[in-house]
Write a protein that binds this ligand. Structure first.
Ligand code: AP5
Ligand code: MG
Ligand code: ZN
Length: 226
Protein backbone atom coordinates (compact mmCIF):
# COMPACT_ATOMS: atom_id res chain seq x y z
CA UNK A 1 0.00 0.00 0.00
CA UNK A 2 3.03 2.29 -0.08
CA UNK A 3 2.20 5.63 -1.61
CA UNK A 4 -1.51 5.10 -1.17
CA UNK A 5 -3.23 7.93 0.63
CA UNK A 6 -6.47 8.03 2.51
CA UNK A 7 -9.85 8.21 0.76
CA UNK A 8 -12.53 8.49 3.36
CA UNK A 9 -16.06 9.86 3.70
CA UNK A 10 -17.26 11.08 7.11
CA UNK A 11 -21.01 10.76 7.62
CA UNK A 12 -22.81 12.18 10.62
CA UNK A 13 -25.53 14.58 11.66
CA UNK A 14 -24.90 18.29 12.17
CA UNK A 15 -22.63 18.59 15.23
CA UNK A 16 -21.39 14.99 15.12
CA UNK A 17 -17.77 16.13 14.82
CA UNK A 18 -17.13 15.66 11.07
CA UNK A 19 -15.23 18.91 10.69
CA UNK A 20 -13.23 18.40 13.89
CA UNK A 21 -12.08 14.96 12.76
CA UNK A 22 -11.64 15.89 9.08
CA UNK A 23 -9.13 18.61 9.96
CA UNK A 24 -7.09 16.19 12.06
CA UNK A 25 -7.14 13.43 9.45
CA UNK A 26 -6.19 15.90 6.72
CA UNK A 27 -3.14 17.09 8.67
CA UNK A 28 -2.03 13.60 9.74
CA UNK A 29 -2.42 11.97 6.33
CA UNK A 30 -1.48 14.98 4.21
CA UNK A 31 -4.63 14.83 2.10
CA UNK A 32 -7.12 17.68 1.57
CA UNK A 33 -10.14 18.10 3.80
CA UNK A 34 -13.00 18.57 1.32
CA UNK A 35 -15.85 20.15 3.25
CA UNK A 36 -18.72 21.32 1.06
CA UNK A 37 -20.03 23.40 3.99
CA UNK A 38 -16.65 25.17 4.29
CA UNK A 39 -16.51 25.71 0.51
CA UNK A 40 -19.98 27.30 0.59
CA UNK A 41 -19.16 29.48 3.63
CA UNK A 42 -15.92 30.65 1.99
CA UNK A 43 -17.91 31.55 -1.14
CA UNK A 44 -20.39 33.51 1.01
CA UNK A 45 -17.49 35.42 2.63
CA UNK A 46 -15.91 36.07 -0.78
CA UNK A 47 -19.24 37.42 -2.06
CA UNK A 48 -19.38 35.19 -5.16
CA UNK A 49 -22.67 34.52 -6.99
CA UNK A 50 -22.43 30.85 -5.99
CA UNK A 51 -22.01 31.92 -2.37
CA UNK A 52 -25.06 34.17 -2.53
CA UNK A 53 -27.14 31.35 -4.03
CA UNK A 54 -25.90 28.81 -1.46
CA UNK A 55 -26.51 31.17 1.48
CA UNK A 56 -30.26 31.20 0.83
CA UNK A 57 -30.39 27.43 1.38
CA UNK A 58 -27.87 27.32 4.25
CA UNK A 59 -29.61 30.01 6.29
CA UNK A 60 -32.83 27.95 6.13
CA UNK A 61 -31.02 24.70 6.96
CA UNK A 62 -31.89 23.26 3.55
CA UNK A 63 -29.48 21.43 1.27
CA UNK A 64 -27.93 23.32 -1.63
CA UNK A 65 -29.22 21.71 -4.89
CA UNK A 66 -27.37 18.59 -6.00
CA UNK A 67 -26.24 19.92 -9.37
CA UNK A 68 -24.39 22.83 -7.73
CA UNK A 69 -22.86 20.69 -4.98
CA UNK A 70 -21.80 17.84 -7.26
CA UNK A 71 -20.19 20.30 -9.69
CA UNK A 72 -18.16 21.84 -6.86
CA UNK A 73 -16.90 18.47 -5.66
CA UNK A 74 -16.06 17.38 -9.20
CA UNK A 75 -13.90 20.49 -9.65
CA UNK A 76 -12.26 20.05 -6.26
CA UNK A 77 -11.42 16.38 -6.86
CA UNK A 78 -9.76 17.32 -10.16
CA UNK A 79 -7.17 19.46 -8.34
CA UNK A 80 -3.75 17.88 -8.06
CA UNK A 81 -3.66 17.76 -4.25
CA UNK A 82 -6.60 15.32 -4.25
CA UNK A 83 -4.72 12.74 -6.33
CA UNK A 84 -3.30 11.07 -3.19
CA UNK A 85 -6.63 11.09 -1.40
CA UNK A 86 -9.09 13.19 0.56
CA UNK A 87 -11.31 13.41 3.60
CA UNK A 88 -14.91 14.19 2.61
CA UNK A 89 -16.75 16.19 5.29
CA UNK A 90 -20.43 16.72 4.54
CA UNK A 91 -20.46 15.15 1.08
CA UNK A 92 -22.27 13.09 -0.07
CA UNK A 93 -25.53 14.03 1.62
CA UNK A 94 -28.14 12.65 -0.78
CA UNK A 95 -28.49 9.40 -2.73
CA UNK A 96 -27.84 11.31 -5.95
CA UNK A 97 -24.62 12.80 -4.53
CA UNK A 98 -23.47 9.33 -3.43
CA UNK A 99 -23.93 7.79 -6.87
CA UNK A 100 -22.27 10.86 -8.45
CA UNK A 101 -19.24 10.39 -6.15
CA UNK A 102 -19.06 6.71 -7.13
CA UNK A 103 -18.99 7.72 -10.79
CA UNK A 104 -16.35 10.43 -10.23
CA UNK A 105 -14.07 7.99 -8.40
CA UNK A 106 -14.58 5.27 -11.01
CA UNK A 107 -13.58 7.81 -13.66
CA UNK A 108 -10.36 8.47 -11.71
CA UNK A 109 -9.76 4.73 -11.20
CA UNK A 110 -10.09 5.25 -7.44
CA UNK A 111 -12.15 3.65 -4.70
CA UNK A 112 -13.06 4.69 -1.16
CA UNK A 113 -11.09 3.14 1.70
CA UNK A 114 -13.90 3.60 4.19
CA UNK A 115 -17.04 5.49 5.08
CA UNK A 116 -17.23 6.35 8.76
CA UNK A 117 -20.50 7.28 10.42
CA UNK A 118 -19.88 9.39 13.52
CA UNK A 119 -22.85 8.57 15.77
CA UNK A 120 -24.03 11.03 18.43
CA UNK A 121 -27.46 11.19 20.17
CA UNK A 122 -29.71 14.11 19.28
CA UNK A 123 -29.66 15.92 22.64
CA UNK A 124 -25.85 16.05 22.54
CA UNK A 125 -25.88 17.33 18.93
CA UNK A 126 -28.17 20.20 19.91
CA UNK A 127 -26.00 21.08 22.91
CA UNK A 128 -22.83 21.02 20.79
CA UNK A 129 -24.21 23.29 18.07
CA UNK A 130 -25.58 25.71 20.63
CA UNK A 131 -22.17 25.89 22.33
CA UNK A 132 -20.06 25.84 19.14
CA UNK A 133 -17.96 28.73 17.95
CA UNK A 134 -16.44 28.59 14.44
CA UNK A 135 -13.44 30.40 12.95
CA UNK A 136 -14.39 32.73 10.11
CA UNK A 137 -10.93 32.26 8.52
CA UNK A 138 -9.98 28.56 8.78
CA UNK A 139 -13.40 27.20 9.87
CA UNK A 140 -11.99 25.35 12.92
CA UNK A 141 -14.68 24.45 15.48
CA UNK A 142 -14.54 25.15 19.21
CA UNK A 143 -16.95 24.35 22.01
CA UNK A 144 -17.37 26.86 24.82
CA UNK A 145 -17.17 24.11 27.48
CA UNK A 146 -15.42 20.99 26.09
CA UNK A 147 -12.99 22.51 23.56
CA UNK A 148 -12.65 26.24 24.30
CA UNK A 149 -10.13 28.47 22.51
CA UNK A 150 -7.13 29.62 24.58
CA UNK A 151 -8.24 33.24 24.17
CA UNK A 152 -11.98 34.03 24.03
CA UNK A 153 -13.29 34.57 20.47
CA UNK A 154 -9.84 34.02 18.88
CA UNK A 155 -8.89 30.93 16.84
CA UNK A 156 -5.93 28.97 18.29
CA UNK A 157 -4.90 27.78 14.82
CA UNK A 158 -4.91 31.00 12.81
CA UNK A 159 -5.82 33.95 15.05
CA UNK A 160 -9.10 34.42 13.18
CA UNK A 161 -12.35 35.61 14.74
CA UNK A 162 -14.74 33.05 16.24
CA UNK A 163 -18.47 33.37 15.63
CA UNK A 164 -21.66 31.46 16.31
CA UNK A 165 -22.67 30.24 12.82
CA UNK A 166 -25.90 31.81 11.57
CA UNK A 167 -27.32 28.32 10.93
CA UNK A 168 -26.62 27.34 14.57
CA UNK A 169 -29.79 29.09 15.80
CA UNK A 170 -32.23 26.85 17.73
CA UNK A 171 -34.85 26.79 14.97
CA UNK A 172 -32.42 26.11 12.12
CA UNK A 173 -30.62 23.38 14.09
CA UNK A 174 -33.89 21.45 14.43
CA UNK A 175 -34.56 21.75 10.70
CA UNK A 176 -31.00 20.72 9.76
CA UNK A 177 -31.39 17.59 11.90
CA UNK A 178 -34.70 16.76 10.16
CA UNK A 179 -33.12 17.27 6.73
CA UNK A 180 -30.26 15.00 7.78
CA UNK A 181 -32.66 12.26 8.92
CA UNK A 182 -34.70 12.43 5.70
CA UNK A 183 -31.97 12.84 3.08
CA UNK A 184 -28.58 11.82 4.48
CA UNK A 185 -29.23 9.08 7.07
CA UNK A 186 -30.24 6.63 4.28
CA UNK A 187 -26.63 6.75 3.02
CA UNK A 188 -25.65 4.63 6.04
CA UNK A 189 -27.41 1.61 4.51
CA UNK A 190 -26.13 2.49 1.04
CA UNK A 191 -22.52 2.29 2.23
CA UNK A 192 -23.21 -0.68 4.50
CA UNK A 193 -24.40 -2.50 1.40
CA UNK A 194 -21.17 -1.56 -0.35
CA UNK A 195 -19.16 -3.08 2.53
CA UNK A 196 -17.55 0.26 3.38
CA UNK A 197 -19.43 1.39 6.49
CA UNK A 198 -17.93 1.74 9.96
CA UNK A 199 -19.71 3.37 12.87
CA UNK A 200 -17.73 5.23 15.49
CA UNK A 201 -19.13 6.47 18.81
CA UNK A 202 -18.86 10.25 18.47
CA UNK A 203 -19.53 10.86 22.16
CA UNK A 204 -16.03 9.64 23.03
CA UNK A 205 -13.34 12.24 23.61
CA UNK A 206 -12.09 13.80 20.34
CA UNK A 207 -8.75 11.90 20.49
CA UNK A 208 -10.45 8.53 21.10
CA UNK A 209 -12.93 9.05 18.28
CA UNK A 210 -10.02 10.03 16.00
CA UNK A 211 -8.15 6.80 16.79
CA UNK A 212 -11.30 4.78 16.09
CA UNK A 213 -11.70 6.45 12.69
CA UNK A 214 -8.06 5.76 11.79
CA UNK A 215 -8.48 2.12 12.86
CA UNK A 216 -11.62 1.82 10.71
CA UNK A 217 -9.78 3.17 7.65
CA UNK A 218 -6.77 0.93 8.28
CA UNK A 219 -8.98 -2.14 8.57
CA UNK A 220 -10.05 -1.53 4.97
CA UNK A 221 -6.46 -1.07 3.80
CA UNK A 222 -6.38 2.74 3.76
CA UNK A 223 -4.51 5.29 5.76
CA UNK A 224 -0.79 5.63 5.39
CA UNK A 225 0.32 8.49 7.62
CA UNK A 226 2.43 10.99 5.70
P1 AP5 B 1 -21.94 21.74 7.08
O1 AP5 B 1 -21.01 22.85 7.29
O2 AP5 B 1 -21.43 20.46 6.53
O3 AP5 B 1 -22.71 21.51 8.42
P2 AP5 B 1 -23.31 20.20 9.12
O4 AP5 B 1 -23.32 18.94 8.36
O5 AP5 B 1 -24.62 20.66 9.62
O6 AP5 B 1 -22.29 19.84 10.20
P3 AP5 B 1 -21.61 20.82 11.21
O7 AP5 B 1 -20.49 21.53 10.56
O8 AP5 B 1 -22.66 21.64 11.89
O9 AP5 B 1 -21.07 19.77 12.28
P4 AP5 B 1 -19.76 18.87 12.29
O10 AP5 B 1 -20.17 17.44 12.19
O11 AP5 B 1 -18.74 19.36 11.33
O12 AP5 B 1 -19.29 19.10 13.79
P5 AP5 B 1 -18.01 19.89 14.40
O13 AP5 B 1 -16.77 19.12 14.12
O14 AP5 B 1 -18.05 21.32 14.05
O15 AP5 B 1 -23.12 22.21 6.13
C1 AP5 B 1 -23.74 23.47 6.34
C2 AP5 B 1 -24.77 23.71 5.25
O16 AP5 B 1 -24.13 23.76 3.95
C3 AP5 B 1 -25.86 22.64 5.09
O17 AP5 B 1 -26.92 22.84 5.99
C4 AP5 B 1 -26.27 22.86 3.62
O18 AP5 B 1 -27.08 24.00 3.48
C5 AP5 B 1 -24.93 23.15 2.96
N1 AP5 B 1 -24.26 21.93 2.49
C6 AP5 B 1 -23.05 21.46 2.93
N2 AP5 B 1 -22.74 20.31 2.29
C7 AP5 B 1 -23.77 20.06 1.42
C8 AP5 B 1 -24.05 19.00 0.52
N3 AP5 B 1 -23.21 17.96 0.34
N4 AP5 B 1 -25.20 19.07 -0.20
C9 AP5 B 1 -26.05 20.10 -0.08
N5 AP5 B 1 -25.87 21.12 0.80
C10 AP5 B 1 -24.73 21.10 1.54
O19 AP5 B 1 -18.33 19.70 15.96
C11 AP5 B 1 -19.49 20.30 16.54
C12 AP5 B 1 -19.18 20.79 17.96
O20 AP5 B 1 -18.93 19.66 18.78
C13 AP5 B 1 -17.94 21.67 18.07
O21 AP5 B 1 -18.19 22.62 19.06
C14 AP5 B 1 -16.83 20.70 18.51
O22 AP5 B 1 -15.81 21.35 19.27
C15 AP5 B 1 -17.62 19.71 19.36
N6 AP5 B 1 -17.08 18.34 19.31
C16 AP5 B 1 -16.68 17.65 18.20
N7 AP5 B 1 -16.30 16.39 18.53
C17 AP5 B 1 -16.49 16.29 19.89
C18 AP5 B 1 -16.28 15.22 20.82
N8 AP5 B 1 -15.82 14.01 20.44
N9 AP5 B 1 -16.57 15.46 22.11
C19 AP5 B 1 -17.05 16.68 22.52
N10 AP5 B 1 -17.26 17.73 21.68
C20 AP5 B 1 -16.99 17.53 20.38
MG1 MG C 1 -18.65 20.94 9.96
ZN1 ZN D 1 -8.87 29.74 12.40
Amino acid sequence: MTGRGLRIVLLGAPGAGKGTQARRLSEAFDVPDISTGDIFRNAVTAGTPMGAAAKRFMDRGELVPDDVTIGIVRERLAQSDAAAGFVMDGFPRTAHQATALDAMLAGMDQTLDAVVEIAVPREILIERLTQRRSCTSCQASYHLMSAPPKVADVCDRCGGTLVHRTDDSDKTIVHRLAVHDAQTAPLVSYYRGAGLLHTVDGTQPIDTAYEAIVAAAASQGGGRAA
